[in-house]
Design a protein around this ligand. Structure first.
Ligand SMILES: Nc1ncnc2c1ncn2[C@@H]1O[C@H](COP(=O)(O)OP(=O)(O)O)[C@@H](O)[C@H]1O
Ligand SMILES: [Mg+2]
Length: 258
């Protein structure tokens, strides 16, 4: 691995004294015979934004789906707050504290904005849902005011940017410890991309959520990420702090347009 050695050493020594929210150790995920992830390891600390960068087909979505319990790794460990969760089904992973905003957002177009948001709490015990729903809705409106104005509208009538906000809001309704989002900038106008990134930073800093941010848009992700992993053909080929990765010639050439 073309790792950044100083960072690795520094991080390893800091880790023993620092809580780890999500630990992924050597996971390999296959589609039939085809191996899409090869021995991928990473760490996410509380309130940290960890970006997963890489070009199309690198394995970013596969990584996110494996973390979310939508795919099962053939080997390796996924540990959330000390508890192994690899191979658990998605509905259990949500209950453990990982909420996922998948590629394509997967909203229910014919349901209203309110109904889509309320679906985000389905993993909670029934007795808690009503109370949590009203509290969480207010928190989500404080992030995405437009959703409050659109509550009765069908999700399919929203703009692309609004749908992304709704998908994010629905994931946050589950009160996750870790939010995993797949290309939140995709299809958004540049101004909305910047807004989305600063909202994500706010969620981590103010709500205490950790973020696993999968992005092809390296420039946008590097504005807010604390730590970065670069995937190529299913493998981690580079990792480091935001500053280290921005300074890396490989990243400049491959992902930042020179
Ligand atoms: N459902 C699938 N069946 C078979 N191969 C897949 C499937 N989804 C993705 N792949 C393959 O796995 C690799 C990684 O894909 P993906 O994780 O979607 O990459 P990224 O999100 O970085 O663009 C690619 O080679 C892709 O063709
Ligand atoms: Mg993808």
């Amino acid at each position: 691995m073309a790792g950044l050695c100083n960072a690795d050493v520094h991080r390893a020594s800091a880790e023993s004294s620092r809580e780890i929210r999500l630990r992924i150790d050597g996971i390999s995920t296959f589609y039939g015979e085809a191996q899409a992830l090869k021995d991928v390891s990473l760490r996410v600390h509380p309130r940290e934004i960890v970006a997963i960068l890489g070009s199309n087909g690198a394995g970013k979505s596969t990584l996110l789906k494996t973390v979310a319990g939508l795919l099962s790794p053939q080997k390796g460990k996924i540990v959330l707050d000390g508890e192994p969760i690899e191979g658990r089904p998605a509905h259990e992973v949500i209950r453990k504290g990982i909420a996922c905003v998948p590629e394509g957002r997967e909203l229910f177009g014919s349901l209203t904005v309110r109904e889509n948001l309320e679906l985000g709490t389905y993993s909670l015990p029934k007795s808690m849902r009503k109370k949590v729903q009203s509290e969480r809705l207010e928190m989500i409106f404080s992030l995405f005011a437009v959703l409050k104005r659109r509550l009765k509208q069908k999700a399919e009538t929203l703009s692309g940017g609004e749908q992304q906000m709704l998908a994010m809001g629905r994931a946050l309704m589950a009160d996750p410890k870790l939010l995993a989002t797949d290309e939140p900038s995709l299809g958004l106008a540049p101004m909305l991309v910047a807004e989305m990134m600063s909202t994500l930073r706010h969620i981590c800093d103010e709500w205490g959520v950790s973020l696993l941010l999968v992005e092809q848009n390296a420039r946008a992700a590097l504005k807010i990420a604390d730590y970065v992993y670069v995937l190529e053909r299913g493998k981690v080929v580079l990792e480091g702090t935001r500053e280290e990765v921005i300074a890396s010639p490989t990243i400049q050439a491959a992902y930042m347009g020179g």
